[in-house]
Every structure is written in C-alpha cells, then in structure tokens.
Design a protein around this ligand. Sequence first.
Ligand SMILES: [Zn+2]
Length: 263
Amino acid sequence: MSELPAWLRGVLVGGTAVLLFALETRQALRAPRREKRSVHTSRNLAIAGLAGVAMMMVETPLLRHVSRHVEARNWGLAPLVTRDPVLRVVVAVLLLDYGLYLWHVLTHRVPVLWRFHMVHHVDLDLDASTALRFHAGEMLLSVPWRLAQACIAGAGPMAVSVWQTLLFVSILFHHSNVRLPIGVERRLRLVIATPRLHGIHHRPEASCLNSNWSSGLSVWDLVHGTHCWKEDAQLATGVPGHLDPTDVTLRRMLALPFQVTAV
Ligand SMILES: [Zn+2]
C-alpha cells in the first residue's frame, strides 16, 4: 500500500492548525499569556523549522525506506495479527501510538534525552505552536527508535503516513490553548489526549510531569496508571529554573541541551 497523498495530509494538518489558532483567539483555556503571542509563536516556529529540516533530511528518507522493507517482508506484529490489509494498518497505527508513549517516557527518564525534550517543556505559554517546538537534536535522537517502532509494529508506508498525520493533528490539538466545554473534555480525555489533560503534563511539579505521556489515545496512560486528571487549567506551565521569559529566548533554547545539568 502506498502512502496517504501529500495534499490530504497537508489539508488535515494545515486545516487543524488554522482552526485551533482561531479558537485559541476566541476561547483561550489558559490566560493571561506570559509572553506576547507573536514573539512566542515566532520562536516556536523557528525551533520547529530547524527540527523539520533535520527530520526531512534524516528521518523521512530512512523511515520510508524501512517501512517499504517491512511491508515487502511482512515484518512485525501487525501481519501476525491479521491478513486484512486495512486492519493491518489499524493495528500498526495503534502499536506506533504505544511505541511513542514509551519513547515519551524515556525522554523524561533518560538524562541525555531529557536535556533535549526539556526545550519542549520550558515553554511558558502552552498553545498549538508548542506542538512543533522540539529541538532538532531530539528529533535526530529519536530516529533509531522510530525505525524500530516501524519494524516491531509491522508498519508499511501507509500505516506510517496515517499515524504521522493523526499524530500531527493530535499534538496540535492537545497542546492547544482551546477551552472545550468541561463536560465534553471529561469524557474525551478517557479516549484521547486533550488540552487540559496534556496541560497537566506541562506543569512544573514532578507529579504532573510524570503523568499523561500519551500522544494519541489516552488508553496507554490509563493502563499504566499514569493518567492524571485535574480540572484547574490555570496553573503555570514550564520547568523549575526556567520560569522567567528571559530564560526562554531562542538562543537559550537552542543551547539549552548542551548547558544544563540533567534533572
Ligand atoms: Zn514530555
């Protein structure tokens, strides 16, 4: 099976970003902001641009190559579960989602990974642009894991492209600063990661930081006992020691993994 068409991926991801940006303006979840929105968004897009170049040069060609091999040779768990090609994609996407949960745990537990993942966490104003704010080094360090995920899950090019598209939509959504009706979010957080739920993961307190690692379905946190739900969305986000706007300039963010003592 080939990949999802690039135009469809673009429409889904781009449409989600535009919609969330508009909703953040109309119905903010966390207010007031710590930084001017234009400054904050520009910085996050600059960090994201560097990460995007790294991904396009390294991850994209390698993952495409490996996923084609996986499909041609029937590697991985999905072909063992079902012979139906559509169900294979579904199973592989679920396994990729679980693999990313495990990777996210590692980025908090392994000191060298945390140095890079912290660049994502020190953001003082969580919004959809935070979803893109990953240090290029973290993206490069994740490539071997990503390739192993595809091999173990049995993810061919279609499964990888479906997962990447859903993941992109999901991370934009659950990092967004959009206020949903509390009754809706109470139910929705039992199925997928939501803005309030993931906002808890971005709080400075260790008990919050070590919860809500799911990036797609929230079932992984529920089964591992790491699901934490609090309805007060107004508490600060960030990392202790980096809670002032002067701590989070672009230059400091790019240098951060190479300067700090791992927590
Ligand atoms: Zn995290």
